[in-house]
Ligand binder design. Structure first.
Ligand code: HEM
Ligand SMILES: *[C@@H]1O[C@H](CO)[C@@H](O)[C@H](O)[C@H]1NC(C)=O
Ligand SMILES: *[C@@H]1O[C@H](CO)[C@@H](O)[C@H](O)[C@H]1NC(C)=O
Ligand SMILES: *[C@@H]1O[C@H](CO)[C@@H](O)[C@H](O)[C@H]1NC(C)=O
Length: 501
């Protein structure tokens, strides 16, 4: 018997070792095969670079300059091609005609957003930016009508931006013409507009708690859009359990949510349905209408509020940072803007929205800043609701669509000097001229919800700053137009001098 046991035991050990090896080899083979099946392109799908096992084209695309890195792909594969980003099968669409085909002619089919695990795992599909279907329709319609009807509360949006412009000029005057990086003043000014709309009040530029929150928002976007975000999106189940920068994203989210939740609780305490002070009050009114099938609940209130910050702060702030940079790099253009403002508005009153039509050159410069700034090179991703075709290719339901806005904003056939800063792109016989290929806010039913607000902010902040200051490079320095990728494509941090006029 004992030998029997011995034999049995030996055999078991041997078997265990062998089976471990076999199981391992089998497992790896299975995974590679499963991954191959997963990544295999469906029939008629747009061509693209060959994806590697597991990581797809994660390393084919240069994450530091994704909007430039694939010129060769267009040459090889044409205007519609595919890339595999983690678990997402993406199709990139180039050129005005095809972008219009997808976002306008097939508007209903590309109305949804795909699910990104790094976002889904902290916010599900609540809010405005990542929601789909009926909840998205309801949240978007509500946000748009609240923005419009509110102009807001006691004062119009225009007045609020004018007031914030005064605070911003004050803060910049405090720098006394010395070199400074106005990233956080600009960020603060811009997000104060969203604060007034949503919370009913602004924050002082020296409020350290609020500054910290703005920094959190920034950091979070950088990580989410960066390498770790991509890795998380590819291996969510694994990454969830591993330490790393992606864990900071979740911590930051909790802080942001609890900041907003506290402000909402304060609103609930002194809520008066007869007096709507801001977005949160309006939302509480909506929640009070008893309707089990409605999407107006606490989670959506928190996320819709945060989404207005996320979509409305860094975008506008990055555009204004590009604006001052371009003005310092092209002093003769800055001079012409100032001359136009001086002759139409003068120095004694604040710019108003009514001035936009009589400042064609300034308006053209702002448009050209947005075109060159190209702050969201791939807009925001969409996903095919049903099987469909684009340019003869077959796109199955679930395919992610990335409209390449760069290919439209810099299209050789649309612009005289696509790579050169040239306000004449938007001028004809001294009058402002709209351009169809100007689509920094994207197009179609899911285009930027804050476009009108953003354009108001850009015009009023920019004109006020040009009226009060001349922006120039610090002595002996040459400013660079290099960009970095975060929440948006923004200038590399720079220092600049704002000389009072
Ligand atoms: C220069 C400033 C801005 C630019 C260039 C910009 C651009 C964009 C773009 C390209 C999209 C994606 C649209 C699409 O998928 O087709 C978007 C979405 C969005 N934007 Fe803006 N945006 C700016 C400012 C703002 C502001 C100030 C707000 C605040 C109200 C805002 C709120 C939103 C929201 C909520 C969405 C998501 C819309 C949805 O999914 O239905 N944006 N924006
Ligand atoms: C987007 O368009 C630009 C300009 O045409 C081009 O250089 C770039 O390679 C394109 N990127 C992708 C990913 O298609
Ligand atoms: C998608 O297909 C379903 C089922 O055929 C249909 O009911 C729906 O209307 C389609 N949606 C779009 C946006 O075409
Ligand atoms: C409740 O919400 C649903 C979905 O939004 C809507 O169709 C319905 O009319 C609402 N009912 C009431 C009583 O407001």
């Amino acid at each position: 018997m004992p030998t029997g046991i011995m034999l049995c035991h030996c055999f078991a050990v041997f078997w265990e070792a062998l089976s471990l090896k076999i199981v391992f080899v089998f497992l790896v083979t299975f995974l590679i095969f499963a991954d191959y099946i997963r990544q295999r392109r469906p029939r008629g799908f747009p061509p693209g670079p060959r994806p590697l096992p597991f990581v797809g084209n994660l390393f084919t695309i240069d994450i530091k300059k994704p909007h430039l890195s694939s010129e060769k792909f267009i040459d090889i594969y044409g205007k519609v091609f595919s890339v595999q980003l983690g678990i997402l099968r993406c199709v990139i669409v180039n050129g005005l005609q095809l972008v219009k085909e997808a976002l306008i002619h097939q508007s209903e089919n590309f109305i949804d957003r795909p699910i990104f695990p790094i976002i889904y795992d902290h916010s599900k599909t609540f809010g405005l930016i990542m929601s789909n279907g009926l909840p998205w329709k309801q949240q978007r319609r509500f946000a748009l009508s609240t923005l419009k009807s509110f102009g807001l509360g006691k004062r119009s949006l225009e007045e609020q931006i004018q007031e914030e412009s005064r605070f911003l000029t004050g803060a910049i005057e405090d720098e006394k013409g010395q070199p400074f990086d106005f990233h956080y003043q600009i960020n603060n000014a811009v997000s104060n507009i969203i604060c007034s709309i949503t919370f009913g009040n602004r924050f002082d530029y020296h409020d350290s708690q609020f500054q910290k929150l703005l920094r959190l928002l920034d950091e979070m976007g950088n990580t989410q859009a960066g390498f770790w975000g991509q890795v998380y999106n590819s291996f969510p189940a694994l990454m969830k359990r591993l330490p790393g920068p992606h864990q900071t994203v979740f911590k930051n989210w909790d802080q942001l949510k609890s900041f907003v939740r506290k402000i909402i609780e304060k609103h609930q305490e002194d809520w008066n349905p007869l007096e709507t002070r801001d977005f949160i009050d309006a939302y509480l009114n909506e929640m009070a209408k008893e309707n089990v099938s409605s999407s107006f609940h606490m989670e959506n209130l928190i996320l819709s509020t945060l989404d207005l910050f996320i979509a409305g702060t860094e975008t506008t702030s990055a555009t204004l940072r590009w604006a001052m940079l371009y003005m310092a790099v092209y002093p003769e253009i800055q001079g012409k803007v100032q001359a136009e403002i001086d002759s139409v508005i003068g120095q004694s009153r604040a710019p108003t929205m009514a001035d936009r039509d009589i400042l064609p050159y300034t308006n053209a410069v702002i448009h050209e800043i947005q075109r060159m700034g190209n702050i969201l090179p791939f807009s925001a991703p969409r996903v095919a609701v049903n099987d469909t075709r684009i340019a003869g290719f077959h796109l199955p339901k679930g395919t992610v669509l990335l409209p390449n806005l760069t290919s439209v904003l810099f299209d050789k056939d649309e612009w005289d000097t696509p790579r050169k800063f040239n306000p004449n792109h938007f001028l004809k016989d001294g009058r402002f001229m709209k351009r169809e290929a100007f689509i920094p806010f994207s197009i179609g039913k899911r285009s930027c919800l804050g476009e009108l607000l953003a354009r108001m902010e850009l015009f009023l902040f920019f004109t006020t700053l040009m009226q009060k200051f001349t922006f120039q490079a610090p002595n002996g320095l040459i400013l660079s137009l290099d960009f970095k990728i975060g929440n948006a494509l923004s200038p590399k941090p720079y220092k600049i001098c704002a000389i009072s006029r």
